[in-house]
Design a protein around this ligand. Structure first.
Ligand SMILES: *[C@@H]1O[C@H](CO)[C@@H](O)[C@H](O)[C@H]1NC(C)=O
Ligand SMILES: *[C@@H]1O[C@H](CO)[C@@H](O)[C@H](O)[C@H]1NC(C)=O
Ligand SMILES: *[C@@H]1O[C@H](CO)[C@@H](O)[C@H](O)[C@H]1NC(C)=O
Ligand SMILES: *[C@@H]1O[C@H](CO)[C@@H](O)[C@H](O)[C@H]1NC(C)=O
Ligand SMILES: *[C@@H]1O[C@H](CO)[C@@H](O)[C@H](O)[C@H]1NC(C)=O
Ligand SMILES: *[C@@H]1O[C@H](CO)[C@@H](O)[C@H](O)[C@H]1NC(C)=O
Ligand SMILES: *[C@@H]1O[C@H](CO)[C@@H](O)[C@H](O)[C@H]1NC(C)=O
Length: 435
């Protein structure tokens, strides 16, 4: 790529604790900075995909792929580079807002359902989907029908679009794989309206209704997209593991969701989530590794897969306020270039933190962010700073530089666990408009 000159680089708190599976992290000994080739921040132009060895070798592991780029499971997305930064930021901001509002008050979701049943489901403070960039493939039904679902640790109910779409004013959005047809599966069953599972939709924050004696679920997202349909039970297949009677949403009326993708795999803490429903087998354990770029895959592994390397570190999962679905983490400190920042513990503990696969840019409490920014800027004072863009206020012009030295940033979590942020997780390369 020769158009390096057109690149400004933006630092942000975009933390990807990326996979070390494929991308080799340099064993950098004691140094408190990364020396990196400026060109490595640019999106790779590679058109081949490197598969995660763990996902290929572990029975209960799925490949996690980027929706766009060479590893995508959707052929129409293979050649694409994905949405631009502005779109990602816009979607990300909506998602973060909805998470904040869920955490700041105990919400009773308010839905408005207009004349034709469930065509206009609106959630005032519903969740949002974000950009939905990580995908796994699971088999639904008997015989199994492989479908690409967005991987989401921030919500619970798994759903996919279902036939018949387009009846009585309902519709499905365009999807690349054939839409799931319950009538061609021998293991499909509708959940009855009188069952406790149907009742629990309401307490878990979903819309609930009945059509004849069948249970109707609905999820409305903040950006006016929604999915409505039958709450149903099916056989779900992960590689060679088959689970019977998994509750999921068979969505016959879906709008404005992830174009091209069949639905969502809910990995939250709530009772509808996939880990909760398979806890007899997997004991509520799953692990994942997000691909560090679109030409690597990561993995989503259910159960304790064994063979954890000695480098795996642990921190307790905490309750995130009243939220039944989010996974809380306790951040206790931040280190920049080998120096721990002076941030009072309450700056982190008062708001709390969650980990969410659907949020792209990590947000920090303002005081913590300000301290991080100050330390980062101080260490980067050798470089020419340039104007900010959108939420990014710490930007540098790396034009003409072959290598740059970026201070290491690491986060400390409760239990004495320090996690160093990959340099690619700290820096977002941005092309200038009109160049
Ligand atoms: C439930 O569905 C019926 C139509 O089947 C509709 O008239 C009614 O408004 C719905 N109730 C709610 C709370 O959405
Ligand atoms: C459409 O709705 C009407 C009444 O609400 C019902 O009688 C009819 O069977 C429905 N058609 C389809 C194709 O679902
Ligand atoms: C899946 O569904 C079918 C019914 O079509 C059933 O016979 C089978 O036992 C189910 N479970 C497994 C593990 O395949
Ligand atoms: C589920 O309910 C729908 C709507 O009433 C019906 O068309 C379908 O046949 C039902 N499926 C099964 C397996 O009972
Ligand atoms: C940035 O931090 C590294 C590692 O501690 C140090 O070697 C370097 O001198 C620092 N640079 C500046 C400009 O402070
Ligand atoms: C960068 O900063 C360090 C101080 O850490 C200084 O020793 C070095 O000369 C500076 N390099 C340049 C190119 O200004
Ligand atoms: C970056 O620096 C180069 C020259 O060093 C300059 O031509 C270019 O306009 C600068 N870009 C920005 C965004 O400051």
């Amino acid at each position: 790529m020769k158009n390096l000159l057109n690149i400004i680089t933006i630092i942000c708190v975009w933390l990807s604790f990326g996979c070390t599976d494929g991308a080799q992290r340099e064993k950098s000994g004691e140094a408190s900075f990364h020396r990196i080739h400026a060109s490595s921040f640019l999106p790779s132009s590679s058109s081949s995909c490197v598969l995660s060895p763990r996902a290929s070798s572990t029975k209960s592991s799925l490949q996690v792929v980027h929706r766009h780029g060479p590893c995508s499971s959707l052929s129409s997305e293979k050649a694409k580079t994905g949405p631009n930064h502005d779109d990602i930021l816009r979607l990300d901001q909506t998602r973060v807002k909805s998470i904040h509002s869920k955490l700041s008050k105990k919400l009773t979701p308010q839905y408005r359902v207009s004349q034709s049943q469930s065509t206009d489901l609106e959630a005032r403070d519903g969740s949002t989907l974000g950009s939905g960039n990580y995908i796994v493939t699971v088999g639904i039904g008997t015989p199994k029908h492989d479908l690409s679902l967005v991987f989401d640790t921030g919500s619970d109910l798994t759903w996919t679009q279902c036939e018949p779409c387009g009846k009585n004013g309902t519709s499905c959005y365009p999807q690349e794989e054939p839409i799931f047809n319950p009538s061609s599966s021998t293991s499909y069953s509708n959940v009855s309206c009188s069952s406790p599972v149907c009742d629990s939709l309401t307490s878990q924050g979903y819309y609930r209704n009945c059509s004849a004696s069948n249970c109707i679920y609905g999820v409305g997202y903040g950006d006016s997209s929604f999915t409505v349909g039958f709450l149903a039970k099916e056989n779900f297949t992960l590689n060679s593991d088959v689970f019977e009677n998994i509750n999921f949403g068979c969505g016959e009326n879906n709008q404005g969701l992830f174009n091209g993708i069949a639905g969502l795999l809910g990995l939250g803490r709530g009772t509808f989530s996939f880990p909760s429903q398979t806890s007899m087998t997997y004991n509520n354990i799953f692990s994942y590794c997000l691909p560090s770029s679109a030409d690597y895959t990561g993995h989503l592994t259910f159960g304790s897969s064994g063979g954890l390397s000695n480098s795996v570190k642990f921190t307790p999962i905490s309750l995130a306020r009243d939220s039944a679905s989010f996974y809380g983490l306790d951040i206790v400190g931040i280190t920049v270039a080998g120096k721990e920042l002076e941030i009072p513990l309450t700056v982190f503990s008062a708001p709390g933190a969650i980990i969410d696969s659907g949020t792209v840019i990590t947000r920090l409490p303002p005081k913590a962010y300000a301290a991080l920014r100050t330390a980062f800027k101080e260490n980067m004072s050798n470089y020419t700073s340039t104007m900010g863009r959108s939420i990014f206020d710490t930007c540098y012009n790396f034009t003409g530089l072959e290598t740059v030295e970026i201070p290491k940033v690491s986060f400390s979590f409760r239990g004495g666990t320090d996690v160093e942020v990959d340099s690619k997780g700290c820096i977002l390369a941005s092309s200038l408009p009109n160049q």
